[in-house]
Design a protein around this ligand. Structure first.
Ligand SMILES: CC(C)(COP(=O)(O)OP(=O)(O)OC[C@H]1O[C@@H](n2cnc3c(N)ncnc32)[C@H](O)[C@@H]1OP(=O)(O)O)[C@@H](O)C(=O)NCCC(=O)NCCS
Length: 150
């Protein structure tokens, strides 16, 4: 099993490269955007080592006793190997260690792989943001807010 690496400044380029490879229809996060998120109070993340520096990453934030996942991504060629599940579990564990009691995230309603991963990890839909994700073609897609206790 691969060892995850805490995401620090040195891993931001690798995370940005994964994001660029993973996002199909949406805004690609620049290195600066990821560095800014990571510099927020309570922010943390993990990298999965792999091709081009990383096969995947997760970025999250803790505020008081709640955690939010900003993003989870795995390179297309590295998917279905349990890396996404493992990154999520690492973030959940870290949030628990930091005293969080509940974890939230937003996911596009049409993102079936992510839904499957999150449902399998114990999250359930608790809300909806209408038209939250714009698409290059077609109508905007709702975001589902998913959550679970820690
Ligand atoms: C969602 C994502 C992170 C999953 O990463 P991954 O490494 O392939 O996920 P895992 O291999 O750990 O899969 C864990 C479980 O999730 C589910 N799952 C993952 N991909 C799936 C797919 N394409 N179809 C159906 N179920 C899927 C399965 O239940 C899987 O378990 P199994 O392989 O034992 O059946 C990856 O597809 C990705 O980067 N997508 C683009 C970015 C994205 O949408 N991020 C989420 C933003 S909220």
């Amino acid at each position: 099993m691969i060892d995850l690496i805490p995401l620090g400044e040195a891993g931001v380029d690798a995370a940005a490269a994964v994001h660029g490879a993973a996002v199909q229809d949406g805004e690609r996060w620049s290195r600066a955007a990821i560095a800014t998120l990571l510099a927020m109070p309570g922010a943390f993340g993990f990298l999965a080592p792999g091709k081009y520096g990383s096969a995947g990453f997760i970025l999250a934030r803790v505020v008081a006793d709640e955690a939010e996942i900003f993003y989870l991504a795995v390179r297309p060629e590295a998917r279905r190997n349990g890396i996404g599940r493992r990154l999520f579990a690492a973030a959940l564990g870290e949030a628990g260690r930091r005293g969080c009691r509940r974890l939230y995230l937003e996911v596009a309603e049409d993102n079936l792989p992510a839904h499957a991963l999150y449902s399998g990890a114990g999250l359930a839909a608790v809300g909806r943001r209408a038209g939250y994700y714009r698409r290059s073609a077609g109508p905007a897609v709702d975001a589902l807010v998913m959550a679970r206790d820690i």
